[in-house]
Design a protein around this ligand. Structure first.
Ligand code: 5AD
Ligand code: SF4
Length: 466
């Protein structure tokens, strides 16, 4: 029997803490205290931070990006590569001095990095000025943690992976007013051997379709024009739930919401990218013609060691099927260079796959061993220097492909959402495939769709509104 593990409204308890904290803060501070949220990592973290900000505003904090002004600082961290972790340690060290300047300051660390016991232990021992450390599945309990610490509790360390429930109703304060993130699922069950995500974000679990639709509808009503559905593996949306709504069905339901807006989504796992999904992208006029389809490697041997559950041939067939159905689809990817045991021959397979697919853009990473992941225990004889050379070779190839793409795009017209001001009379927007185009236009166009013809390229596309 299918179980409904998807929904349990438990935020009510935190609402009580929010009210209590709000009252306490008015007793402690004469003017509203300020909070600074510092985010590392992926869009899921950016979205989580928007919820942290929602809770902080609900408790009466005013948001600031200036750490020296803050009465509460929280680092929402990423653990996917070592570099991201090192940056966090560098940053949290600053709290010591900030606390000297403002003894009432409270500092917290949360997110994927904080979820690891070894990191929590290190913070406990070496960073005594960090007050609160909590993991990914209890982030909605921020009001409770702040309340308890303000009331004089000892330092708080809360890493429990609760039983996978999704907490609905957490307030959100979105960073943008016309582009927004909409999480549809959390966690990951794929256990790619290099990846820490399944260990720090827990099992895959989907929000109820009604919750997602209601939030999407509210976003459209509030003026959002560009909504990105988020999940580690959006294609497996709904697995384990009894409602029978697949990701493709969910896309159709959101597409049916009245209004002028674009739907994007990330990330798709190639093994779960179905013909039903490709047809849906083709048939739904609001769905962006873009697939982010991480391949990670072009070598079957390495794909197997990575536990990716597809091979080169089936990946290329999928690309072919997508392009046959949707000729203007933009395809982007992630690639890891230097997975343990990868040889130059394997790497050449990646180069040849990249040449064959001709991605619109690529996100490339040098393999970074992650604690407790199976790949971290595999022999890794190739030096970092050598991996760096392979990495540069891949970048150079992608640069050549990108210049080819540029030539082909000049003269084409795209519908873009004006989303940034570049200078007094120049604004920019993104195409369906996420390339940025700059063109003449004033602030009043922000948040509007315009048709732009690409006229040239210097560092970024240049165009004119037609
Ligand atoms: N080392 C390097 N890159 C990694 N990624 C995930 N884990 C690692 C790791 N241990 C990359 C993958 C993934 C992207 C989000 O980060 O390419 O798709
Ligand atoms: Fe990590 Fe693989 Fe899950 Fe992506 S699909 S989050 S790479 S385990």
């Amino acid at each position: 029997m299918l179980s409904d593990i998807c929904y349990k409204p438990v935020f009510a308890e935190q609402e009580v803490y929010m009210r209590r904290t709000a009252k306490l803060l008015t007793e402690i501070y004469d003017i509203p205290p300020k909070a600074c949220v510092i985010t590392f990592g992926c869009q899921q973290n950016v979205s989580d931070s928007e919820h942290l900000k929602g809770m902080l505003c609900g408790m009466g904090y005013i948001l600031t990006s200036d750490e020296s002004q803050a009465d509460f600082i929280i680092f929402n961290t990423c653990a996917v590569r070592e570099h991201a972790q090192d940056r966090v340690y560098g940053n949290i060290g600053k709290i010591k001095q900030l606390k000297k300047d403002n003894p009432k300051l409270i500092a917290a660390v949360c997110g994927c990095m904080a979820q690891q016991q070894s990191v929590a232990d290190k913070i406990k021992k070496s960073y005594p000025y960090i007050d609160i450390v909590f993991g990914t599945q209890v982030f909605h309990r921020l009001p409770e943690f702040i309340y308890k610490r303000l009331k004089g509790s000892k330092r708080i360390f809360e890493l429990s992976l609760e039983n996978g429930d999704i907490v609905e109703g957490v307030p959100v304060k979105r960073d943008g007013s016309f582009k927004g993130w909409l999480p549809i699922m959390y966690g990951c069950d794929n256990f790619c051997t290099y990846c820490i995500v399944p260990y720090v974000r827990g099992r895959e679990r989907s929000r109820e379709p009604e919750e997602i639709i209601a939030e999407a509808r509210a976003m459209v009503e509030a003026g959002y024009k560009d909504i990105t559905l988020l999940g580690q593996n959006v294609n497996s949306y709904g697995k384990g739930c009894s409602h029978g709504v697949t990701f493709a069905k969910l896309l159709r339901m959101i597409n049916d919401i009245e209004g002028n807006f674009v739907i994007r989504f990330m990330t798709s796992h190639p093994k779960d990218c179905t013909a039903e999904l490709l047809d849906t992208i083709k048939e739904c006029n609001k769905v962006s013609r873009h697939l982010h389809l991480p391949v990670q490697s072009g070598s079957d041997r390495i794909l197997k060691l990575m536990n990716r559950k597809y091979d080169r041939k089936s990946y290329l067939e999928l690309i072919e099927a997508a392009r046959q159905r949707i000729p203007d689809i933009s395809i982007t990817s992630d690639i890891i260079v230097g997975f343990p045991g990868e040889t130059y021959e394997d790497f050449k397979q990646t180069l040849s796959l990249v040449k064959e697919v001709k991605y619109s853009s690529l996100f490339t990473f040098i393999y970074s061993p992650r604690e407790n992941s199976p790949a971290a225990a595999m022999a890794d004889p190739v030096s970092r220097q050598e991996k760096g050379r392979w990495f540069d070779e891949l970048l150079q190839l992608q640069d050549e492909i990108a210049s080819e793409n540029v030539k082909q795009n000049i003269g084409k017209t795209y519908r873009v959402l004006c989303d940034s001001v570049e200078s007094e009379d120049v604004i920019s927007g993104h195409t369906n495939g996420t390339a940025s185009i700059e063109f003449k236009g004033g602030n009043e166009l922000l948040g509007q769709f315009v048709n732009v013809k690409i006229t040239g390229y210097t560092n970024t596309y240049k165009g004119v509104i037609i």
